[in-house]
Ligand binder design. Structure first.
Ligand SMILES: [Cu+2]
Length: 612
């Protein structure tokens, strides 16, 4: 009896699997990546990175369970490249994560790389170049994973995807800003803000119908506030994680974050309503007078009616009050993870190094690329893989053991907010201060406030999960996740300028399991050979002595403590010239008084003799 039940169950399971296998398909793209010319803001033509001669780039759409195959040829001629599939866990396919010098060699001009992985996730993602700040040159677009089982599928009639982005007129490689002449590290200010790679768009809607809007900030730097005049909406997904439907009227979307919302159309076609994107001007060190901080699009009820510009409700974008993502509850109600097995405690610091330029640090390390992609160090290291020394001092490696509960305490010693992203995972947001809203900038007037575990003991029962999360100015953020995905995963600020300043570290997750499961294609190693990048050895490319890191890439030296000889000489001469200056001033001043006294005496004598 028992065996016949087991047999029946097995048959059902086989049928189910067969059904799923038939359902899942392979979606293949052949992409020739080349420079093309575009003018999305109507202000100036510029070179952008196109795919098959086109820009804006193709939106990738797949169904949950599909295999995605992208054959990418680098036809840029003068620039290395790669693609990161933002938010994809790449479980079992770490080498497809696309981060140059982390999981692959940069793909040099004239070479190809095939990305090939199965997507067992759902929701709203994006893809972007992950080699030397290449995505702000236009190499970024939406990646949508449709899910026939999404709980909100029967709650809308039509869906739209809206990307938002900052836009620069110069090629990123021409913007020199980590320099002696910019010691404060002021980030380059964009020239425009785009929605769907243009200056405004209209979403046609019918009265009484409902719409699913997928919102993605594909920008390099600036977060966006988002609202629709006279409409509220329901949040149903953040970064690929379904949430309980949550009413909201304003969102704050940092670069790399995604929100999916349900909007119900009104029952009248009298007017069109502005969809408003407001750049977070707090992030900008200067605001040029010609920079348009808000962008108006429309929920278009009536094509022939007026399309009014948004009327700004506030003077400052920071007066807008967005929904706090800490208040969102995942639809699956996954519970708070237990106490951590491993705690990573890091602080964001911005500081100058010996070249006078501004850099970014997690604790005292400014991420500096290794000589060998870290994944390839793992795969070639044999028994050394669980020794973090081999990954180099300046990749800031931390080894996670399989299935550990990991807590990251991220403190902010900087006055700016930072949207951090962890590759390969989404994480629970368990504590953050200050909260979004009126008090978000409260810690600015004073010293940074680090997380204190002794005063924080209550966390949400069902914490929100996402892959990109905001660290408040001078505040903190606490995250938890399970190390159930062997791989090399970059943890970094997604402001691309800050990544280039070194605001990153690598997590080396379950390296022994990674060695067993990861297969690297010969094409991937060919790319290394052509690029002249070693693909064996420790971070210094040493294959003989794994613990000898001499020759590893290093961050720029620290500014020397105290005064250098040069400084002392400069100080002495400054003092001497100051004293000389004061002496001359006194001398001239005193001689003037003497001369005046004599003059007065002569005049007095003269008038005395005249009167006598
Ligand atoms: Cu940052």
């Amino acid at each position: 009896m028992a065996s016949s039940v087991v047999g029946a169950l097995l048959r059902v399971a086989t049928l189910l699997c067969l059904f799923q296998c038939i359902q899942a398909k392979t979606v293949t793209y052949d992409w020739n990546v080349t420079w093309v010319t575009a003018n999305p803001d109507g202000m100036t033509d510029r070179k952008v990175i196109g795919i098959n001669g086109q820009w804006p780039l193709p939106v990738v759409e797949v169904d949950k369970g599909d295999r995605l195959v992208v054959n990418m040829y680098n036809g840029l001629g003068n620039k290395d490249t790669s693609i990161h599939w933002h938010g994809m866990f790449q479980n079992g396919t770490n080498g497809m994560d696309g981060a140059s010098m982390v999981t692959q060699c940069p793909v040099p001009p004239g070479q190809s790389f095939t990305y090939n992985f199965t997507i067992n996730q759902n929701g709203t993602y994006w893809y972007h170049c992950h080699t030397n700040n290449c995505y702000p040159d236009g190499y970024r677009q939406a990646l949508i994973v449709h899910d026939k089982d999404a709980y909100f599928n029967d709650m809308y009639d039509k869906e739209y995807t809206l990307t938002m982005s900052d836009w620069y007129h110069e090629l990123i490689e021409d913007i020199k800003w980590i320099t002696l002449t910019n010691p404060t590290g002021a980030e380059p200010v964009p020239q425009a803000f785009l929605i769907n790679d243009t200056t405004s768009t209209s979403l046609p809607v019918k009265p009484g119908e409902s719409y699913l809007l997928r919102l993605i900030n594909v920008g390099a730097f600036v977060a966006q506030y988002f609202y629709i005049e006279d409409h509220t909406f329901k949040i149903v997904e953040i970064d690929g994680v379904y949430t309980e439907p949550t009413e909201a009227s304003t969102l704050y979307i940092a670069v790399a974050q995604r929100y999916t919302i349900l909007v119900e159309a009104k029952n009248s076609t009298e007017k069109n309503y502005p969809i408003v994107m407001v750049a977070d001007s707090q992030l900008l060190d200067t605001i040029p007078s010609d920079l348009q901080l808000n962008v108006t699009s429309w929920l278009e009820y009536n094509k022939t009616a007026d399309h009014p510009q948004a009327v700004m409700k506030v003077d400052q974008s920071s007066s807008l009050v967005p929904v706090d993502d800490m208040s969102l509850v995942p639809y699956d109600r996954m519970e708070l993870l237990p106490e951590p097995d491993l705690t990573i405690d890091v602080t964001v610091i911005m500081q100058n190094l010996a070249d006078g330029a501004g850099y970014a640090f997690l604790n005292n390390i400014s991420y500096t690329k290794p000589k060998v992609p870290t994944l390839y160090s793992v795969l070639s290291s044999g028994n050394y893989s669980d020794n973090d020394e081999i990954y180099g001092e300046f990749t800031h490696p931390t080894i996670l053991e399989k299935n550990q509960v990991v807590e990251i305490i991220l403190n902010n010693g900087d006055t700016g907010s930072h949207p951090f992203h962890l590759h390969g995972h989404n994480v629970q947001l368990i504590d953050r201060a200050p909260a979004y809203g009126a008090h978000f900038y409260d810690y600015l007037n004073g010293d940074p406030v680090p997380y204190d575990p002794s005063t924080n003991d209550s966390f949400p029962q069902y914490p929100p999960r996402r892959d990109t999360f905001i660290l408040p100015p001078q505040g903190y953020l606490v995250l938890r996740f399970v190390a159930d995905n062997p791989g090399i995963w970059l943890f970094h600020c997604h402001i691309d300028w800050h990544l280039s300043q070194g605001l990153a570290m690598v997590l080396v997750e379950a390296p022994e399991q990674l060695q067993e499961q990861e297969k690297v294609s010969s094409q991937a190693y060919d790319n290394c050979r052509v690029a002249g990048v070693p693909y064996e050895g420790n971070a210094a490319a040493n294959t003989e002595d794994w613990l000898d890191l001499s020759g590893q890439n290093r961050q720029v030296d620290w500014l020397p403590a105290g005064f250098t000889t040069k400084g002392i000489v400069a100080m002495v001469f400054s003092c001497v010239s100051a004293f000389l200056g004061m002496a001359f001033i006194s001398f001239y001043g005193a001689s003037g008084i003497e001369a005046k006294k004599k003059e007065t005496a002569i005049v007095n004598e003269g008038s005395a003799s005249a009167s006598s």
